[in-house]
Design a binder for this molecule. Structure first.
Ligand code: FAD
Ligand code: GLY
Length: 380
């Protein structure tokens, strides 16, 4: 196997494959190195929501990045279909963020105001208007914020399509290969050490999800990335109960193809343990039935979990290492890695090509001591 590439990508999840796709499109040779089987960690556990407005409720760099990435999906879906023949199951029917209390009504109304001011479509649906759109919702729901442009995809199909499209452009993927070290000489990256020997690259991109901190440990940057486990489940119904994704503080219900409903997700910080707990699943089911009572007649399908990569300040790291030239990090996408995958690949490809980043992109840089110090203050 070839030992030298323009770009080595460490970690074969959705972010690694999006990077591989973007840099392959620009004519660079790429090797993705994955410890286990590709796309089996957080990237296959995800619900696939493109929740730029439902999940990001404050103005700032993450809101702008999320909207920009979400708006790439329509053409990305067509490009990936044309290149690979795969459908990523893009559904653009909007999301409803539910209010069960007056306090939530108030906070959603402020979210709507700021999102409209930012040029996004967002509106308030009162109880009876909401029930005319989604008649199976519980009558106890007071109303909802409707974000028509927030969509959804199959996370696993998107991750595998990125991987397939990258390989069709010439990228290689090496599975069951643990990266055990980063080769650095005179403050410049040379490649990586793996259980199958060394590989060399002009650029190395670490996309190790929740494991990124450990991969980078030897580079003298204590990157504040920590694990937050999420459990999910799915059920099937004969009749379609909802058409839009239902999002609330307690749980979300995502209508997939063929009568599947995906219900997520718990938030358990500080663990890499992927076991699914009865407590977590029963709590989610109770909350979901509270929103959508006829769910109790659905047929059980399965449950699973994944480990989200969270950062100290909630922003992902997308940038070059502060002291090692050619070493890049794209990680810490927390609850929004599927949504942010297309834009992340493009930013890393720009960095590798030496294109100047806009100031908005610099918010995600690693070269900010203040960001790194916040880790010690993060509680988990
Ligand atoms: P991962 O998919 O975890 O990939 C990292 C890879 O690195 C793994 O395959 C791992 O084996 C590999 N690796 C680790 N160490 C090494 C090593 N030493 N050598 C080689 N390889 C290594 N996001 C959304 O946008 N929308 C959603 O609806 C959504 N829902 C979610 C629901 C749940 C339950 C969870 C858990 C997450 C959800 N997310 C969602 C978040 C999203 O899944 C993550 O942000 C995203 O998958 C992170 O991708 P990644 O490639 O960084 O990490
Ligand atoms: N974005 C949904 C989740 O992380 O559970």
């Amino acid at each position: 196997m070839k030992k030298h590439y323009d770009v080595l990508v460490v970690g074969g999840g959705i972010i690694g494959h999006s990077v591989a796709y973007s840099v392959s499109k620009r004519g660079m040779s790429v090797l993705v190195i994955e410890k286990g089987e590709i796309n089996r960690k957080a990237s296959s556990a995800a619900a696939g929501m493109l929740a730029a407005q439902a999940e990001v409720t404050e103005a700032g760099p993450l809101f702008d990045l999320a909207r920009e990435s979400r708006n790439m999906f329509s053409s990305l879906s067509e490009d990936l279909k044309e290149q690979t023949g795969n459908d990523i199951d893009l559904i653009e029917k909007g999301m409803l963020t539910i209010a069960l209390t007056e306090e939530k009504v108030h906070s959603l109304r402020s979210t709507i105001a700021f999102q409209q001011a930012a040029g996004e479509k967002a509106s308030w649906l009162r109880g009876e208007d909401l029930l005319s759109v989604e008649p199976n919702l519980s009558k106890t729901v007071l109303g909802a914020m409707y974000a028509p442009d927030d969509g959804q995809v199959s996370a696993f199909k998107l991750a595998t399509s990125f991987a397939r499209a990258a390989t069709l452009l010439g990228a290689r993927i090496l599975e069951y290969t643990d990266v055990t070290g980063i080769l650095i000489e005179n403050d410049r990256v040379q490649g990586v050490k793996t259980v199958q020997g060394d590989f060399f690259g002009d650029h190395v991109v670490v996309t190790g999800g929740a494991w990124t901190k450990q991969i980078l440990e030897q580079t003298n940057v204590d990157l504040p990335i920590y694990p937050v486990k999420g459990e999910c489940l799915s059920v099937r119904t004969n009749e379609r109960l909802i058409t839009k994704t239902i999002f609330s503080d307690d749980c979300y219900i995502v209508p997939k193809n063929e009568g599947r409903l995906l219900i997520g997700a718990t938030m358990i910080p500080g663990t890499f343990d992927e076991k699914v707990s009865v407590a977590g699943i029963s709590q989610l089911l109770n909350k979901a039935i509270n929103l959508l009572p006829s769910l109790k007649d659905a047929e059980w399908e399965k449950a699973w979990s994944g480990i989200r990569p969270q950062t100290g300040d909630g922003l992902p790291y997308i940038g070059e290492h502060p002291s090692v030239k050619g070493l890049h990090v794209a990680s810490g996408h927390y609850r929004n890695g599927i949504l942010l995958s297309p834009i992340t690949g493009e930013i890393i490809a720009d960095l590798i090509e030496g294109n100047e980043l806009t100031s908005a992109r610099l918010a995600f840089s690693l070269n900010d001591k203040r960001r790194r110090e916040q880790f010690s203050e993060a509680s988990y």
